[in-house]
Write a new protein. Sequence first.
Length: 281
Amino acid sequence: MTRSHPDIPTGAGEAKPAGRPSGVAAMLRGGDPGDDEVSAVAHTQRMATIGTLLSSVTHEMNNPLTFVLGNVRAIEELLGGLPPSPEREELTMMAAEARLGCERLVTIVGDLRLLYRSNDEPEPVHVSEVVEQSLRTVRAKIRRRTQCERRVDELPPVLASPTRLSQVLMNLVLNAAEAMPQSRSARDNLVSVDARFEDGEVVIAVSDNGVGIAPGDMPSLFEPFYSKKPLKEGSGLGLYVCRNLVEAMGGRIGLESEEGVGSRFAFTVAARPEPSAVPAF
């Protein structure tokens, strides 16, 4: 297997969960530990500017979208009460398409807001608790698509934003569930979440035995608005949001995948430094 960023651990040599790919190029994204202080400050300033812009744009979009979506739904209800006719059928179809378009815009606005909303300070976080809470939150959305298992080692606390950490994990689990073939039943599909400590970092991975990702699609997966899903599904921002949230926590994110076998997304979070011993006098 070749990897474009081999410094992110992938657990080579360990027992592989169902669906874990065994021979695919990995496309990994993340911060460079060698960035100097000037670059870090410039990056922070750019992100602050982008955050301010996103806050303004999404706020201005949210209210009109709410009005439009509410009116379209009201129109659908009114059309449902009219006598059957070719005109009613055509208008009903047009209203449904308008509603789907509005709902997709609402999803995009929500994902964009994630890029600036969670600016809370890092704090000591227990990964096992975040994994449990995140899976509990998404369980209702994925249970008809897939089974889900978790394997979390005994880990030191990480220094991170619990909100960001949970959002990344939920996005990756939902993404994995959506990668499952619709022709299979949920009992044949499996999403695995595992976490382990390695080289001063906690590595959290989400694996699936879904359809996998074509090598040609990998370079674009973390770019905004890139999606292989039907237009009405998702925003094309899920993995872009994940990348930005992981980088904001000082981590790196990447993947390996094999078509017809499945995919594995992994990201790193720095472990909380051990407190220095206080010398006795």
